[in-house]
Design a protein around this ligand. Structure first.
Ligand SMILES: Nc1ncnc2c1ncn2[C@@H]1O[C@H](COP(=O)(O)OP(=O)(O)OP(=O)(O)O)[C@@H](O)[C@H]1O
Ligand SMILES: [Mg+2]
Length: 333
């Protein structure tokens, strides 16, 4: 069992504090995704869990045991990096076996584990190649295979798919979801900038901002009930429209948020505007509309006839779907 608990965990590099006291309780077997702007501390937090960075304050427990001073190899964590981090002079088989040899497993055990994880990731036919003779996607599968063969209690992924092309990202994402299903006792912590990865893979998402937790919840929780203006603007693509000024004040808020799918083109809509740009994606069309009342907003409309730039129209927000925020960014009831 590998419950992962962080209590008041802090990190400073010299005099610079980057993690400001984080409390998290991740259940054994849970798939948790960390998201947040660049530099907010996602990789640092992952590296602290793995033992690649020491912990400046607070407590980390894995499976109920305090881990602050336990060596990385003894924590039962395996990490997959964006850069793959394969040894270039070793074959795939050697790359996968290396950590197990270091851990002094028997030859037979190593052979069994390497073969099994290679089969799981369908890289059996690549075992005698060196990394330079592999595509990016194949290298990433080897890196994941190497991590699996260590049979970790906790799997840590730091933006593992960001170097892959769009199609391969989708395939590998689906493989990771299947992997989690198969290794259902293994706790997975996954860092990404990708909205689709976060929404589809996570049991729970942790939104980080400047070294603090902004909100923890299921993907739909965060999408439908953001606990701050920051989370509202961070979760969802295209982003939630945020409207300030007189229109927000008239609704008793410092800021009003409305998602593109909750704004409709309607003749009697209260907001008058002109189309600035239309993005037809095939399945959806996004209109960028400049309005007097709400500023520049993005509206999702069904595919089909697309209004050309300059077209005048009216917009109606779905009143039940408005998010109201106070001056401090907290949601108003
Ligand atoms: N070894 C280090 N020494 C000093 N500062 C560091 C070190 N490593 C990271 N930092 C700082 O800590 C902060 C958090 O960095 P981190 O790499 O964890 O961010 P991140 O959320 O992973 O960002 P990204 O999305 O760009 O990968 C940044 O301000 C970074 O400059
Ligand atoms: Mg990072």
């Amino acid at each position: 069992m590998a419950r992962v608990e962080l209590q008041a965990v802090r990190k400073s590099f010299g005099t610079v504090d980057v993690i400001h006291g984080i409390d998290l309780d991740l259940a054994s077997g849970e798939f948790v995704v960390f998201v947040g702007p660049s530099g907010c501390g996602k990789s640092t937090l992952l590296r602290m869990i793995a033992g690649l960075e020491d912990i400046s304050g607070g407590e980390l427990r894995i499976g109920g045991e305090k881990m602050n001073d336990v060596l990385p190899a003894k924590r039962g964590c395996a990490m997959v990096f964006q850069s793959y981090a394969l040894y270039p002079h070793m074959t795939v088989r050697e790359n996968m076996a290396f950590g197990l040899e270091q851990a002094r497993l028997s030859k037979r055990e190593i052979e069994e584990r390497v073969t099994q994880s290679a089969r799981m990731l369908q890289i059996d036919h690549l075992m005698d190649r060196k990394p330079k003779a592999l595509s990016g996607g194949q290298r990433q599968r080897v890196a994941i295979g190497r991590a699996i063969s260590r049979q970790p209690r906790v799997f840590l992924f730091d933006e593992p798919l960001s170097n892959l092309d769009a199609a391969l990202r989708v395939d590998t994402r689906i493989e990771i979801a299947a992997l989690h299903h198969r290794l259902h006792d293994t706790t997975m912590i996954y860092v990404t900038h990708d909205q689709v990865e976060a929404m589809t893979l996570a049991d729970r998402i942790v939104v980080l901002n400047a070294g603090k937790v902004e909100q923890v919840g299921t993907p739909m929780d965060l999408y439908e009930r953001p606990a701050s203006r920051f989370v509202a603007s961070f979760i969802g693509s295209p982003r939630m429209n945020l409207i300030e000024g007189a229109t927000a004040e008239a609704m008793g808020a410092a800021c009003v948020g409305i998602r593109p799918e909750h704004l409709h083109v309607a003749q009697d809509g209260p907001w008058a505007g002109k189309v600035v740009m239309a993005e037809a994606l095939g399945s959806d069309t996004f209109l960028h509309v400049e309005t007097a009342e709400a500023g520049r907003v993005v509206v999702r409309i069904p595919p089909g006839e697309t209004p050309t730039p300059g077209t005048a129209l009216h917009l109606a927000p779905d009143a039940a779907r408005l998010h109201r925020f106070g001056a401090d960014g907290a949601p108003l009831a």
